[in-house]
Design a protein around this ligand. Sequence first.
Ligand code: PLP
Length: 429
Amino acid sequence: MTKSHHPETIALHAGYRADPSTGSVAVPIYQTTAYQFESTEQASNLFNLSELGNIYSRIMHPTSDILEKRMSTIEGGAAALCVSSGQSASAFSVQNIAESGDNIVCSTDIYGGTWNLFNNTLRQQGIEVRFVDPIDPNNFLKATDEKTRAYYAETLPNPKLRVFPISEVSSIGRKLGIPLIIDNTAAPLLCRPFDHGAAIVIYSLTKYIGGHGTSVGGMIIDGGNFDWGDHIDRQPLLNRPDQSYHGAIWSEAAKPLGPIAYILKARVTLLRDLGSTISPFNAFQIIQGLETLALRMNQHSKNAQEVANFLSKNSKVSSVIYPSLQKGTDLERAEKYLNGGYSGLLGFELTGGKNAGQKFIDSLELLYHVANIGDARSLAIHPASTTHSQLDGAEQLAAGVTPGYVRLSIGIEHIDDIIADLTNALSKL
Ligand code: PLP
């Protein structure tokens, strides 16, 4: 299986043909902690990284290995690392190259959990995160200094759903030796961040990739397209001896294995030390989801576009937020970076404000009222009274949450049934 195959094919075949001992066609759940070494020589090779293979399931296991291979091949990357949640993927992606005293520059338009992680936990660890408005890519440059180690953003952040200028910001960073890390959770297959210059792509697998709301997981994919060794001063963690791995210099040590310095370091230091391992069972569940991802993304996008069109015509709705309905630069970016659909997320504002938002949610019968996105089922939430309720009014507005804002994650049910439920809930206002 190669990168020249189509994503639909890669999702079903990459990294695995049949289990050599049983012939099992479905990827097995390899529920084991340890692996029999072939010899003392092989064990030693595995530990000194001259050979890659299974050592201990905190650091790698065969079920997640197949998920990693499928995701990195689909994405056009060099290698990937599966972790226990999207949160772990975000944290590792930064901790792998930034230490106390360093900073990263991050878009203001990010998931609230990432914002908390960056603004509180990473800050307590001495890593400063500087937030800038992505409307002007130069804001990233303005916030950069000699201690800036990465730029970070989401392709399609909610609630604003303004698509991020990936190539504009990645090219600013590349001139300075600064990689762009892109969280592509909301737009798998629709956006290919490596094609636009991103160096690292991360996912919450919990959402569209798993797709069925059953399992939490995360993924970091190394594009293999960033030469860490060319930026010795800018990227010290990949270019100075690592005492935690008998003095390895990762940009050098990884060379015989391919352009995988970043992801190799993340696995054998951060995953080894912090232990945020995905379970074989969750990796298996997420593989089942990945196998039908292309079909689902297509249907999510089609259904959401129809819902957006429907809501735009309703007198109780003052505005609809959906990438294809945006204007100016935001629409240009949506068209440039999203291909084959605009994903399943959309927002709308009810003229009746907060009360109308809550009443609307309480009147839904088919759509679930949950704090999640990317499920095969349609989901709804009223951010002002839930996910964003700890923010004051001004902070809510800055985050794009007005009192009457409702967020939908449109699923793959029949469109007529979704519209019927929305029509019924709107009629109660
Ligand atoms: N990134 C985005 C865009 C998300 O929406 C989420 C969760 O909602 C995360 C990361 C965190 O993922 P997880 O819940 O798998 O830890």
